[in-house]
Design a protein around this ligand. Structure first.
Ligand code: MV4
Length: 536
């Protein structure tokens, strides 16, 4: 009997329209047989917990996997059950497909969420899940492979009329030919590895005589890193913005964008601050780019949540750069401004449900900013600074979201990415969001390890950032504001001294007027205790 019901619904759901699936999905029988009830989260840290939070809201059980170094990690505690998948190094645990599949089977999970990093953009993993009868919560191996190879992706985008950076769409085979092609495009150009992304295997060429050595070294670096030495050429965009569009696509042909994220504040190709809306965006360009982002996703039959990266010049000319076929670190700013739970959406799509919103339903409201907090010493060249967390006070209050995983007593392992949390704030305006972020960072106390919080505080005081006038050169252009105060140039130190003096004089006047106790610059601690005590 159950088999008959199963077959009946199986055939029925495959051959009927969305409306029917919508109704069917509400029936207990459908839920029993077709909906995901248990998800294995093939990741660690804050993103594993982020995914499990949505699972809990949806009444879905979550399964954690953990390496030997992660026995006491928070994602293991948060999950309903947990399986050890190997030794501490990720290539012996979080990257071992067989171990993860085995944990899924033993737990009875029917779906796997890969988070970001690790196996999230691994086409073999997506395929293997399917072969084992498990749902991979992400796109097909075809979409991952097509977008993972930059030359293939450029060709695809050209045929979908998505603007790409002027350049070549075939690998460079001959050095002499490369010189001629580059002269045609015009210097400066970038040589990029087809298997690259995130800046690996990339060379900037300013002068004709550097072409041969740049192509040769880019090829050998690409070979060493990706076992693939295909490189191509792009015209160099001088001072670009990195602006990306969030898209979601279901398995019924619906695809919408959830607007942009401005990610130009980067350090060595690592994002530091992300915000939405982008301070440079106009309504017209946003709409156009959104349409191109949707076209890009449709060109590879995309399913799930994905991101289309563009580089944008000062005149708002934009070009497709690459597609990230996963949920991204910075997804919460989009969630906050658009009001959509992206993990829930991913799970619904994996359940073959149609999107429950249309493009015209989606709007950006207010402004969200995210900063990434790393266990790194910003005053010592961002050296990773793992160790034991002694005390920790998390920021709270109106408009604050803190996605993390460390707790007092926890020792950060050396084996993985040193990012410990993401602080996301929302407010109606950009200015208010910056003020709120400063307030939240002020309240964020963590001892036992060094973090990048002081560096983030400095960024939020840089005039170019406050004014929203920045591009991908922001950090190098504002070095004098961002270096630790002890090492800042004499000019900046002098300015700080003068500002402090002026401020002191102003306060002195105010204190006299209000008959407050006398400010005492020589004894700040006592001053802090007494300053608000009014003498009557
Ligand atoms: C570029 C570019 C300028 N022109 N391509 C860096 C990482 C990789 N995803 C692409 N990158 C760039 N490609 C052309 N044709 C400048 C960069 C770039 C960059 C891009 C986005 C965010 C930060 C960046 C920092 C330096 C260079």
């Amino acid at each position: 009997m159950q088999v008959v019901i199963f077959l009946y619904f199986y055939i029925f759901t495959r051959s009927t329209t969305q409306g029917c699936i919508n109704k069917l999905s509400q029936t207990p029988c459908f839920k029993e047989y077709f909906m995901i009830k248990k998800i294995l989260v093939a990741n660690r840290g804050e993103i594993a917990i982020r995914v499990m939070r949505s699972c809990r809201e949806m009444g879905i059980e979550s399964v954690a996997v953990f390496s030997d170094a992660d026995r006491t990690s928070m994602h293991v505690r948060y999950a309903d059950e947990a399986y050890n998948i190997g030794a501490a190094p990720s290539n012996e645990s979080y990257l071992v497909i067989d171990n993860i599949i085995e944990a899924a089977k033993r737990s009875g999970a029917t779906a796997i969420h890969p988070g970001y990093g690790f196996l999230s953009e691994n086409a073999e993993f997506s395929d293997r899940c399917k072969k084992e009868g498990l749902i991979f919560i992400g796109p097909s191996s075809y979409a991952i492979d097509t977008m993972g190879d930059k030359i293939t992706a450029r060709k695809k985008m050209q045929s979908a009329n998505v603007p790409v950076v002027p350049g070549t769409t075939e690998p460079i085979t001959d050095l002499k030919e490369a010189v001629e092609v580059i002269k045609g495009i015009g210097l400066p150009v970038m040589i990029k590895a087809s298997a690259g992304g995130g800046g690996k295997g990339m060379r900037l060429v300013m002068k004709e005589e550097d072409i041969v050595s740049a192509v040769t070294s880019a090829k050998s670096e690409a070979m060493a890193a990706f076992s693939n030495d295909a490189v191509y050429i792009e015209k160099y965009i001088e001072s670009p913005h990195h602006i990306e569009f969030q898209i979601v696509a279901d398995n019924h042909g619906n695809c919408v964008h959830l607007f942009e994220r401005e990610c130009s504040v980067q350090r060595r190709h690592q994002k530091v601050v992300e915000e939405t809306p982008s301070p440079i965006m106009t309504e017209k360009v946003r709409e156009e780019m959104g349409k191109h982002a949707v076209a890009a996703a449709k060109a590879v039959n995309y399913s799930g949540a994905g991101t289309i990266e563009f580089i944008v010049d000062d005149n708002l000319n934009y070009y497709f750069l690459e597609m990230n076929t996963r949920l991204q670190v910075e997804h919460p700013i989009t969630e906050r401004v658009v009001g959509v739970d992206l993990v829930k959406t991913q799970i619904n799509i994996a359940n073959n449900l149609p999107l429950d919103f249309k493009q015209e339903d989606l709007k950006q409201k207010g402004h969200a900013i995210e900063v990434r907090i790393y266990a790194e010493d910003p005053d010592n060249n961002f050296m990773p600074n793992p160790g034991k967390i002694e005390h920790m006070t998390e920021p709270l209050g109106l408009g604050v979201r803190h996605d993390g995983y460390v707790y007092p007593g926890y020792e950060i392992p050396i084996y993985y990415d040193p990012m410990i949390s993401k602080l996301i704030v929302w407010a109606l305006t950009r200015k208010e969001a910056i003020d709120r972020l400063k307030r939240a960072l002020y309240a964020y106390k963590i001892t036992g390890i060094k973090t990048t919080i002081p560096f983030l505080n400095r960024i939020l005081d840089v005039p170019d950032f406050v004014e929203g006038k920045y591009n991908t050169h922001f950090i190098q252009d504002n070095e004098e504001y961002l270096v630790p105060s002890g090492e800042s140039p004499q000019r900046v130190q002098d300015m700080a001294t003068i500002a402090a003096f002026v401020d002191y004089r102003k306060n002195l006047e105010r204190f006299k007027e209000q008959r407050l106790c006398k400010p005492n610059v020589g004894n700040w601690k006592a001053f802090g205790r007494k300053r608000n005590v009014t003498r009557l």
